[in-house]
Design a protein around this ligand. Sequence first.
Ligand code: MLT
Length: 400
Amino acid sequence: MPKLNENYLNVQDSYLFAEIARRVRAYEESHPEKAGNIIRLGIGDVTRPLTKSALDALHRAVDEQAAADTFKGYGPEQGYGFVREAAAAYYGRNGVDVDADDIFISDGAKSDTGNITELFAKDNVILVPDPVYPVYVDTNTMDGKHVVYMNGTEENNFLPMPDERVKADIIYLCSPNNPTGACYDREQLKIWVDYALKQEAVILFDAAYEAFVSEPDLPRSIYEIEGAKKCAVEFCSLSKTAGFTGTRFSYAVVPKELVFAASGGQKLSLHDMWNRRQSTKFNGTPYIIQYAAAQVFTEQGMSECMDNISYYMENARVIAETLRRKGIPFTGGVNSPYIWFKCPGGMESWELFDYLLEKIQVVGTPGAGFGVNGKYHFRLTSFGTHEKTREAMERFDRLF
Ligand code: MLT
């Protein structure tokens, strides 16, 4: 009989968004007459189709696969040079110098932020903000690792800062934050980088929503901060930036400067370890997707993405306006597609989830799914269509 990884006993039965989908399905089954009325503003899944640059590139790449002299089989596990260069050039246009060789192409920031746990031993002190994207906690728990929470509250605008008295080895940061939409400023990130350098800790920086940062002074990459290459890995994705949630493309930057001492004294490079991990366990993102991603990273490709982002941010504005009118406190919606608000009437977040589904057939994400500090908060995504978002907020307006 196999001995199982019993750490799985320590995670909840289902992943947050799987649980939401299950509850919505159950509602549809028990209320078939209402099923067509449901508006989904829960999981952050995009609704705009792929951009022209991405689509044209996909078609070209498929045609290449149809001809023997352009056909591609296995590619480099780290990603093709052309797309790593294109991602580095995108960083460059945003004023950040990243070596293409430090960029590893993958199929999702979810996979990368989960898989990176393999590089670290069990007995690290792992700091994770609460609330935050649940993947960090679940993947560490599945791996038998224990995390220490940093409280994100209304008082600190859901942006916890380091506590000098706490010794840390690994620090997860997500900015713009999922779920709260709050974004660290340069001074705050500098404090984190200085703290990590002093502690010889590594920051795992999730920048999946960087393209939504609209305030020009806010950092979109941790490498805008001096010293970050010596202490930070950065995760990025085209899921939300380019509508690739179903197409799948992400990239992790693992700088060669990230070298730490092993217990026997020898030096270990995180870049080399990640390279070894990826080349052993991953055969790369499909060529056609990498080819399309390279077009997304061009100036024209990104400008088309920004049109879609503006479309979503108009939804964020509509949601924010409704909440403001109702006097409901919220964060996000300016540098992020997410709006995080206090549940009205002192409700708990799963209670509000059921209430909204039952009364107005609007699906959101309960804050409790992102951590204990989300118990009385709720997240709405702006990735819906204009029509459905407006309709959802009109229903919300009538309900409260
Ligand atoms: C979310 O809704 O938080 C995201 O879509 C989840 C993800 O990116 O995996």
